[in-house]
Design a protein. Structure first.
Length: 442
């Protein structure tokens, strides 16, 4: 549907941001077999080439941005497997982010109706995720909630399900939160054990820092044990991934600049992260700030030194394992680690290096688990359909441990284990948890 008047400026912006990139698509269909929403929904509008075509039509003024483009873009997981599969290198991520940006701008300008969940998310994006102390307070409340037994009462009464079924499902899949006093401190230097090989900065993330701080602590202790000195940047903030996915580009740029400055102050070898989604955002700061001459070079240097923790552990090739692992391990790729950062082999090499472990490659491990940041909360039924299909392949490995490398993926896969009724036979762990245990780090 074409709507005249004020729509034109949004069409023009969409044209400027993404039309040339969208025109690269030859509609060959190589993207279809790797697109999780196309595979489950069977709808051309829910495929990469279909979405690209809709972006072109919206930019040309043939369809309305909110009425016709918004839903297909909202239902995209942003996993970017299509980029890897594309024979002509269409930059789908660039097209997708541009569409999100323009949709968000038009929605605000036209005062398009927002749901309660939309308003809550906007509040969180503005007042929670960029505020690390507030996030830690949330984590402390979750720890108190779990440690006092309130979580068990909530599970029996299903009181959270009455408010939100998705929230209830994920609350039950949440790992046990570590006590607040065990958290690392911002601005502190954690010395290497033995001969120092390098000094790195560690990026704590948001969800990881708030409710999975144990994995962050284990990451730091593992690096130390491998001879790496670690510093936690004092002025680090949210990577901006969730903001970017909601089209909040200016807020994303502001956080990117703060993180670049926080890293530059330290003069260390690498900035290390342990979350695929965060790492992907950090990895693309150069693209985010490409149109700002004062920041482009700084962003290029930042990206050049940004590393996933698995890359660094493989690079040093000297993990001090202390005990053997029991059972079969399988691995689910984090889409943003694999498709955006290009990190495929390091996690597998690490899993294969653990004494006693039997690593089994899962069929279609490269396909998205449908976590997608908060996609599984906003589009729960669609997400669960993809997850249930994923779990068929997980169960076929007969693994007792399912490993991934991103907090959202970890929660999603833990929920998949619960939904499949194999909670007593299989555990869902972050790769760092497995490596830490094998190195005697509790």
């Amino acid at each position: 549907m074409k709507i005249d008047g004020n729509d034109k400026k949004y069409e023009e912006k969409l044209y400027e941001l993404s039309y040339d990139a969208a025109n690269m698509c030859v509609q060959c269909g190589y993207c279809l077999p790797v697109c999780p929403t196309y595979l489950t929904m069977g709808n051309e509008a829910q495929s990469p080439r279909g979405r690209i075509n809709l972006v072109k039509m919206a930019a040309e003024g043939k369809i309305d941005i909110l009425e016709d483009l918004k839903q297909p873009i909202d239902l995209c997981l942003g996993c970017r497997a299509c980029e890897v599969a594309c024979p002509v290198n269409v930059p789908y991520g660039e097209i997708y982010e541009s569409a999100l940006n323009v949709i968000a701008e038009k929605k605000k300008a036209t005062k398009s109706s927002s749901t309660v969940s939309d308003k809550l998310l906007q509040t969180m994006l503005k007042n929670l995720f960029p505020k690390k102390n507030r996030l830690r307070t949330v984590g402390s409340f979750v720890w108190l909630y779990q440690s006092t037994g309130l979580s068990k009462i909530a599970e029996k009464t299903k009181i959270i399900d009455m408010v939100s079924k998705p929230m209830g499902e994920f609350e039950r899949a949440l790992p046990k939160v570590e006590a607040p006093y065990k958290r690392y401190k911002f601005g502190e230097l954690y010395k290497a054990v033995g001969e120092k090989k390098m000094t790195v900065a560690f990026f704590p993330g948001c969800i990881m820092d708030a409710v999975m701080s144990k994995i962050n602590r284990q990451s730091i202790e593992l690096l130390q044990k491998c001879g790496i000195e670690v510093v936690i940047p004092q002025n680090i903030t949210c990577c901006g991934a969730l903001h970017s996915h909601k089209g909040e580009i200016e807020a994303t740029k502001k956080m990117a600049k703060q993180n670049i400055e926080a890293f530059e102050e330290l003069g260390v070898t690498y900035l290390i992260n342990n979350a695929g989604g965060c790492g992907a955002m950090l990895h693309e700061y150069d693209k985010l700030l490409a149109d700002e001459p004062d920041w482009k070079h700084r962003a290029d240097q930042f990206v050049d030194r940004s590393r996933d923790i698995t890359e660094v552990l493989v690079e040093i090739d000297n993990i001090p394992f202390e005990k053997e692992w029991q059972g079969v391990i399988t691995y689910q790729d984090s889409c943003h680690l694999r498709n955006v950062q290009g990190v495929v082999d390091p996690p597998r090499k690490l899993l294969n290096s653990i004494p006693g472990a039997m690593f089994i490659e899962m069929k279609n491990s490269h396909l998205c688990c449908a976590s997608g940041g908060i996609y599984n909360l906003l589009h729960f039924e669609e997400s669960m359909e993809i997850l249930d299909e994923k779990m068929v392949h997980v169960l076929n490995t007969e693994a007792s441990t399912l490993v991934t490398t991103n907090p959202g993926c970890l929660l999603q896969m833990r929920l998949g284990i619960e939904r499949s009724g194999v909670k007593n036979k299989m555990q869902g762990l972050h790769l760092i948890e497995v490596l830490a245990e094998a190195c005697g780090i509790k």
